[in-house]
Design a protein around this ligand. Structure first.
Ligand code: PEP
Ligand code: MN
Length: 354
């Protein structure tokens, strides 16, 4: 299903990504105003702060709710910045809109729940407000797209996505693994959908904000939403990943935005070479599958099982090591061979069970 999109029309500086910055949570009037003023002084156009906070465990700071909304109004009046906050229920939508919040976003935990998203869509029926949908916590692109579709079908046309990484059992460097191929696939399917990156929730650490912002730009992301706090160490939530407005300004200043100009001849010729190689790869794969089907016929005749694990391990090890010798990551080569093997087994099963 297609998305019916209108431009988000969020303020940004010439050819630069749009930036939404502000603390994870609105904690006190002083913290909100002090952070907002510093950000506005650095030329920031949009201010974020969580009013309702989804917390993994009870007992943490869950946001002040409605009580904090006047602070956001004050930010708007005194700095001219647009304000943005997360909404998770129809009541949040109603209260945020009533308070004149300019941009809404749907959090990762909410996107993962179609009932909650549908309730938000019903509450937003006929409302013209820019809305950003974070990816669900789990790496499920269809669930992300489904949420965008539900909200879009309710008539929200100024809609965009936020990539905030995905939770995974084997986290190493990141709080939420970026899995860049997912936002990139989203952009491939919906080229006009603006996608912003949230380096704060991907990284979970201050020192990862700068490299993640640059990576997001290199991946062609359209905007950034970054957590910034006047006193990060004292933040009531997500303290480790927040940076001061000063540091954020320093990071944004140094971002290299690469041109997406048309192809030069040399690039076109390199692409042509890649296309030819891909043709050859497809041809080889087709031939490999053909031989694999012949093997299936042999196995059937001799009453052998489809998978011979010894042979499979031998292929994975041999090609993994060969890949490493050729300057490739052996885990990458193994992944390719796992995929080839899976398809090969599928084709062999067809023949054996015929
Ligand atoms: C947030 O932006 O503060 C937040 C709770 O993010 P997420 O939904 O990505 O966890
Ligand atoms: Mn946060």
């Amino acid at each position: 299903m297609d998305l019916e999109l209108s431009p988000l029309n969020l303020p940004s500086d010439n050819e630069r990504p749009f930036v939404i910055a502000g603390p994870c949570s609105a904690e006190t009037e002083e913290q909100v105003m002090s952070t907002a003023k510093q950000l506005a002084d650095k030329g920031c156009h949009m201010f974020r702060a969580g009013i309702w906070k989804p917390r993994t465990k009870p007992g943490g700071f869950e946001g002040h709710g409605e009580m904090a909304l006047p602070w956001m109004q004050q930010v708007k009046q005194e700095t001219g910045m647009l304000t943005a906050t997360e909404v998770a229920t129809p009541e949040h939508v109603e209260q945020a809109l009533k308070a004149g919040i300019d941009v809404l976003w749907v959090g990762a935990r909410t996107t993962a729940n179609p009932f909650a998203v549908q309730a938000l869509a019903d509450a937003l029926q006929g409302v013209d407000v820019p809305l950003l949908v974070k990816n669900p916590v789990n790496p499920d692109l269809e669930l992300w797209i489904g949420a965008l579709q539900r909200l879009n079908r309710a008539g929200v046309k100024r809609i965009g996505a936020i990539h905030r990484g995905f939770s995974s059992i084997d986290q190493k460097l990141y709080r939420n693994t970026p899995m860049w191929h997912l936002p990139i696939e989203l952009k491939r399917r919906y080229p006009n959908l603006p996608v912003a990156c949230d380096p704060s929730h991907i990284g979970g650490r201050r020192d990862l904000i700068a490299p993640l912002c640059q990576q997001a730009m290199d991946m062609g992301m359209d905007g950034l939403i970054v957590e910034s706090h006047c006193c990060p160490d004292e933040a009531w939530s997500d303290a480790k990943q927040q940076v001061t407005p000063d540091v954020l300004d320093f990071i944004l200043d140094r971002l290299v935005i690469r041109d997406n100009v048309e192809m030069t001849e040399s690039l076109a010729s390199l692409r042509k070479q890649i296309d030819e190689m891909d043709d050859n790869l497809m041809d080889l794969l087709t031939r490999r599958m053909r031989v694999s089907r012949e093997i299936a016929a042999y196995k059937k005749e001799h009453n052998m099982g489809v998978v011979q694990t010894g042979r499979y391990t031998e292929i994975l090890d041999k090609r993994g090591a060969q890949g490493a010798l050729c300057g490739m990551d052996s885990a990458f080569v193994k992944k390719i061979y796992e995929a080839i093997h899976e398809e090969s087994v599928r084709q062999q099963m067809e023949i054996i069970n015929k």
